[in-house]
Design a protein around this ligand. Structure first.
Ligand code: GRF
Length: 201
């Protein structure tokens, strides 16, 4: 069974969707550890409720970003993690972690990349006036919200949408496609060529 390592900074609803997929037998995986950079992240509570080992790593305790990411990589390797899942981890991942897990770090972003990278993606989409929004699961490289796209799901934008209503609609999609992308990885169905991912046997 594949071991996952989850990195989260906040409420952890995507983390929960992965826990739930495992619990109902849809994902043949085990969450070996949750790492968080925020002591009060609700994700920690979710880990406790499901007996998932969790570690708080205080970014302020490291002399440099590189050392911080090296220590996260060490922790993940100690837990024998094979796939790293960023689930609302509010930091730009740096080279020491990326090099330790090449094409084995996934992220979810609440926009149809390459549109609306960075923070407040749902607000960016509303402000731009798009009619279709959505979310993207992708492998992580050194650029922000970049890297080969694995899955995307689109949702409509309605004229009376607020940032909250659109975010909630996108979040439902996130909870569907993130476990699915992990499942494809586990089944060995993702082939990365350059910046694209082919899905197949
Ligand atoms: C999600 O919208 C995700 O796409 C983004 O951060 C948010 C995290 O939400 N990267 P949650 O902590 O998983 O509930």
């Amino acid at each position: 069974m594949i071991k996952l390592g989850v990195l989260a900074s906040g409420r952890g609803s995507n983390f929960q969707s992965i826990i739930d997929s495992i619990d109902r037998g849809a994902l043949d995986a085990e969450i070996a550890c949750l790492i968080t950079d925020n002591r009060s992240a609700y994700a920690i509570e979710r880990a406790r409720l499901h007996n998932i080992p969790h570690v708080y790593i205080n970014p302020a305790g490291y002399a440099s970003r590189d050392i911080f990411y090296r220590s996260i990589a060490d922790e993940l390797q100690f837990c024998e993690v094979e796939l790293v899942v960023l689930a609302g981890f509010m930091r730009v991942v740096k080279k020491p972690l990326i090099d330790a897990f090449p094409m084995r770090i996934m992220n979810i972003h609440p926009a149809l990349l390459p549109s609306f990278k960075g923070l407040n993606a749902q607000k960016q989409a509303l402000d731009y006036g798009v009619r279709i929004a959505g979310c993207t699961v992708h492998f992580v490289d050194e650029e922000v919200d970049s890297g080969p796209i694995i899955l995307q799901e689109a949702v409509p934008v309605f004229s009376d949408d607020t940032e909250e209503s659109l975010s909630a609609r996108i979040l439902e999609s996130e909870h569907r496609i993130y476990p699915l992308a992990i499942k494809l990885f586990i089944e060995g169905k993702l082939r990365v060529t350059g910046n694209t991912v082919k899905i197949g046997d």
